[in-house]
Design a protein around this ligand. Sequence first.
Ligand code: ZN
Length: 344
Amino acid sequence: MFESQSVSAKFIDPSGKIVERRIEIRTHPITGRTSRVSFSRIDEKEPGTDSLPQPPPNADQTQSCPFCRPQVNSQTPQLHPDLSSAGRLTRGDSLLFPNLFPYGSYSAVSLFDNTHFVEIGQACAESYANSFINCSHYLAKVKQHDPRAVYLAITQNHLPSAGGSLLHPHLQINADRVATNHQRVLLQRANDFYHQNGNYLFSSYLDHEIAEGSRIIGTTGAWEWIAAFAPEGFFEIWGILPQKTSFQQVASSDWLDLAHGILNTQRFYRNLCRNGYNLGILVVDMPSSRLELRIVIMVRSNYAPWVRSDHTGFEMILGDMTTFNAPEQTAEQARSFFLMPSSK
Ligand SMILES: [Zn+2]
């Protein structure tokens, strides 16, 4: 199930010495896609990672932000009456409303609270959990209104380097009758695996990882955290909620445990002087789905002047992610962030 192979590049380095550089090619046990770890690239000096970059210039410009109060009530759209009699959904201080620039049939935005800018790893766990719960309430309404819109996702882009267009912390929700690539492939793999083996795919993956040990990071409640074996992003970490296949099976306490794991991961990234990340969970909400809940978190290039993108021609044209550290190393570095009791 877990395959990797190595190739090496030989050349004369600038000092005149013949060198050999090893590149490991790993096959993703679930998708079959390959990714590469080019170990020597860790020596490449990446600009902008000596210290955590300064906050963005608009970090205190709350008056021009459409997500800040009071203007959020006049500058953001409201839900269609078919979906909800309330124009916007609330949970604690979280506010949810439609995405003005939708990606699919049911596209919404869930704010954490009225805090305009939050540095990586500094969010309040309760506000994160409330924002997730708000998303799941919205998705329950979508299900009631359009039972065929079963392809669901909750994602976050932190800072423009990760694709975020507004600084104000928020999650994006998407629900549609049409699957995305990952939803289509993962549903197929999870269901095929279940029919062939009688077991859930991510649970089996996790059993293998627990037995192997080198990529295990820790747990928060029922969520199990590991470094991805064949990462498709830098320092990619997964949180798996075994045998849960629908957002409606997730208890409030599970959402809070998820928030703690996300914040632990962010503090690890912050410790690496990185300020941007993407995260997301995808679900196919149909009774026959055996696709379990799994959050994926990865660092993006820092948001700072003249930092280069982490996606090069290799990723964009060839489709293989190339990182520079082994997932086992990621797990070793991240572990200590999961040992301390989760605080704010
Ligand atoms: Zn704001």
